[in-house]
Design a protein around this ligand. Sequence first.
Ligand SMILES: Cc1cc2nc3c(=O)[nH]c(=O)nc-3n(C[C@H](O)[C@H](O)[C@H](O)COP(=O)(O)OP(=O)(O)OC[C@H]3O[C@@H](n4cnc5c(N)ncnc54)[C@H](O)[C@@H]3O)c2cc1C
Length: 267
Amino acid sequence: MTNSAEEIDAENKIIIAEDTKVNFDYLHKRKLKKPVSVNLYTPQPLPVTGPELGGSIKEVLRNKGIGFHPQRQLASIDYDKRQVKFTSADSANYDLLVLIPSHKAPEVILKSALADESGWISVDKGTLETKTPNIFAIDDVNSITIPGRWSPDKPMKLPKAGVFAHSEAITVTEIIASRISGSPSGSSFCADGFCMLEAGEEVAGFAYGDFYASPHPDVKLRSLGKTWHWGKVLFEKWWLAPFGFGKSILRSLLKIGPSVLRIPVKL
Ligand SMILES: Cc1cc2nc3c(=O)[nH]c(=O)nc-3n(C[C@H](O)[C@H](O)[C@H](O)COP(=O)(O)OP(=O)(O)OC[C@H]3O[C@@H](n4cnc5c(N)ncnc54)[C@H](O)[C@@H]3O)c2cc1C
């Protein structure tokens, strides 16, 4: 696949045209003038799931002169030659390879009676309780089926994300507390999620949505801007702050944005 910033050379290796302005923060700050090309390979058809979000991210990559190569399933890596090979029979050379390994549950979960045939733990989508009463599984180790978004007949899995880990933990602690005290619990995990997508140069996008929406997940992306970047900075300051008055102030500040924008964010 090529875009206006790319050409294919004689070895079928994708290169970025020299006149393309590759504006990467780190390289700029290090004053590295040597042309650097950055390429993203993924087995998926788009950078992230779904046409709306995926198309927007693809555009961001294109504007930055980052080569995007979909449907490239990694077959092998030759570390001596610094070359990756794909199942599609093409290959790419690299100086620096950043690789995301396949995601799987730790051995302790895989060997437990809780894991299902997929290797993850199926839970009730509202209470996050496993098939064993009073045992709960939150975030990456759990497996929650949600309606298909792009092919309604193909259900998807709730993405594994820190934002869900956070709200799942709140829900489960409330349920456990109410079971211990014997009071009814109205707490149920709602799968409202959000994510600031850092794009460098102090701008970020903001993706948010209801992953339990019917008939399919409802996810939106706000265009790149400084607001989202500074929102992320504030979020990190709040997250890393020790418990106390300062953390409460940061939390109050952080809640202003979502309430003005009417974006449900559980902190
Ligand atoms: C590069 C990267 C970027 C990400 N960016 C985002 C983002 O922008 N936004 C977002 O929402 N999410 C993001 N995520 C996802 C997010 O980090 C995870 O979904 C989240 O951390 C999962 O939380 P968890 O508690 O389920 O698991 P973890 O955070 O992985 O915690 C599990 C813990 O269990 C420990 N452990 C494992 N086995 C054992 C054992 N046998 N005994 C004892 N302890 C054990 C591990 O060491 C680990 O500390 C990102 C993930 C990665 C890898």
